[in-house]
Design a protein around this ligand. Structure first.
Ligand code: ACK
Length: 281
């Protein structure tokens, strides 16, 4: 129940596990599997399950709980409960019958089926959710990973923001422990290249979502390996001056860069180069 979310709610785990079957799978996210559940009071819910998990995944779980247990808005997903039992972590959300915007637009049932009035409303709902995070939450919340797969749709296609694991609530990110987070194609250029994170980073991602709604397809396609290779080859000479490496590479890594870290640098270059593909739409 809202307001009584506890990280160590063992009792809830017993109740929750009794009410979903592993066969009732809704989908698989980066975090773990999501199952359909029926709670004791005939309330349908979605249960996200994290088994074990890296320190980063556990931190994301904690951020999600901390944040969602204290914010509430019609365009933000409701967290009904959570639990930690040994290595098993559960997050229980309201059920969003129409899944994610990504699946609606790009899934097997084809995006063209999503009516224009629904697309308009989804854009508006997303903007309202963002406005709430940016203007009405104190401290301000920056989502940091807004994308179509994190916009969920209920039975009437009302949209709600989800997945707050990467959200930031202290305004700015500490440059000393800067770690680029987000999703390729949605990351704002100034954040990608300079580590400058503001609420406008979410607004940039929102712009990409608007393009998706308009085009009915992903505005940034994955590059073929040969394209990536030529971009890396093109960009490598710029890397001979290590001080010119973008801030997205941790300063310690920048000064002691070896082959092990080259992969990280390449990943960054590929990412920033992919951004250049956006205006070609
Ligand atoms: O696109 P989908 O059908 O919607 O597949 C993904 C999958 O789980 C992994 O994230 C679905 N999902 C996530 N949260 C919920 C929810 N609260 N209600 C319904 N489906 C959800 C998402």
């Amino acid at each position: 129940k809202k307001g009584s979310v506890s990280l160590m709610d063992y009792k809830f785990l017993e109740t929750a596990t009794n009410h979903f079957r592993e066969s009732d799978i809704l989908g698989v996210g980066g975090f773990g599997c999501v199952y359909k559940a029926r709670l004791a009071d005939n309330l349908d819910a979605a249960v996200k399950k994290l088994e074990g998990g890296s320190p980063d995944a556990i931190k994301e779980f904690q951020t999600e709980v901390d944040l969602l247990s204290r914010i509430q808005h019609p365009n933000v997903i409701s967290l009904l409960g959570c639990s930690v039992h040994g290595e098993t972590r559960l997050l229980v959300y309201e059920l969003m019958q129409n899944g994610s915007l990504e699946t609606q637009l790009h899934g097997p049932s084809h995006g063209s089926a999503l009516a224009w009035h629904h697309r308009m409303k989804i854009a508006l709902d997303t903007a309202r959710g963002l406005e709430y995070l940016h203007e009405h939450c104190s401290p301000q919340v920056i989502h940091r990973d807004l994308k179509s797969s994190n916009i969920l749709l209920d039975s009437s296609f009302n949209a709600k923001l989800s997945d707050f694991g990467l959200a930031i609530t202290d305004g700015t990110q500490n440059k000393n422990n800067f770690k680029l987070s987000g999703t390729l194609g949605y990351v704002a250029p100034e954040y990608l290249l300079d580590g400058k994170l503001t609420d406008k980073s979410d607004v940039y991602a929102f712009g990409v979502v608007l393009l998706e709604l308009l085009l009915g397809r992903k505005p940034v396609e994955k590059l073929a390996p040969s394209q990536c290779q030529s971009i890396v080859t093109w960009a490598m000479p710029q890397l001979t001056d290590r001080t010119k490496l973008p801030n997205i590479v941790d300063p310690v890594i920048r000064d002691t860069m070896d082959l092990k870290h080259l992969y990280q640098v390449r990943k960054c270059i590929n990412t920033s180069s992919v951004m250049l593909y956006l205006p070609t739409i």
